[in-house]
Design a protein around this ligand. Sequence first.
Ligand code: C5P
Length: 400
Amino acid sequence: MGRFDGKRVVLGVTGSISCFKAAQLCSTLVQTGADVDVILTAAAREFLTPLTFQSLTRRPVYTSLYDVLPDLSSAHVALGAQADVLLICPASATTLARLAHGSAEDMLSCTALASKAPLVIAPAMNVNMWEHPATRANVALLRERGAIQVGPVVGHLAEGISAMGRLAPLEDVLAATRLALGRRPAWEGRRVVVTAGGTQEPLDPVRYIGNRSSGKMGYAIAEAARDRGARVSLIAGPTALPHPWGVEVRLAPTAREMLDAVLAACDGADALIMAAAVADYRPAGVAEHKIKKTGVGLELRLVQNPDIVATVHATYGDRLVKVGFAAESQDVLAEAGRKLDAKGLHLICANDVTEPGSGFGTDTNRVTLIGRNGWREDLPVMAKEAVADRILDRVEQLFS
Ligand code: C5P
């Protein structure tokens, strides 16, 4: 199951040299379940042929305002009305100008004008064109009307220099499209704090005590909350995962650094979702120099770390929804229920880390959601993205 299952995406491709990347984007959208209708502007046709996109989508590709559908209705009106999202990637300066001013002189700008679907723009152009007051004003106008802008970024441009104007990475364009499709009124204006990954507790300048958390569950929750339209602060221990687009990421390597970051971020927040595997103990002291081998054993003295979510509960009470995780290897449900009460949580996601397809490092998880007053939901083994959605469905209920 892809993220775009059954979604109708109108992909507008304009004549920026980066339009060769739109073919890859189109292929990814199709592979993740979207029905993609492609519109090429006249300038894009100078770079690419309709056949490229026709082959990728197995659907007609639109290039002219005077294309007619089999039923002879106007193609631009039909495409605009059916679309779940209108994604323009890359968006040239001139297409942005047409869109901003409602000038419907080609198939793409006409479809945009005839559509009520959310608009995603991924601008890409020369740095001077991007910085021109006309382009700035056009983009500001489109954003004011609700368009989601992704990029451009600083990087290599076709002119051979590195500057602002490069098309955003395709993962970011896909993330912005997910947001356009996923926004829900219940999450508008909400601020959500998510923690992810495992903490690392230093022993000396080169060693630490850590755990096997990959961060995947927390990152999936952060992205799913962003898709619903929340402002998301992701506070993460060290992970190998790329920063998700549209999420504010702060790194907190140790439990105590994570505590400080979480406490500050929770002020005024609507929800805290603690998916991080926080080390319960840390070395009593950090050696100034690398600990040497002595030929005999080494005893470490550990002290307990503060409990982050319990501290948030003591500080903010029930002013925000608090969700925790209980990764257990025995008495899973009883342990999770005990932690729900002890930490003042509204919801705990219990999982048995000894089960296959569950817990650390995997792409799937099998959790039981446990709430206050005996509320409980057993979920099957699911992709972590799907688990994230089920957790947020429950958080959404708790908001109301
Ligand atoms: O007690 P235990 O570590 O099993 O509890 C797990 C839950 O509590 C997780 O949500 C975890 O993020 C959170 N936790 C915390 N502070 C700690 C340890 C765990 O907030 N020091």
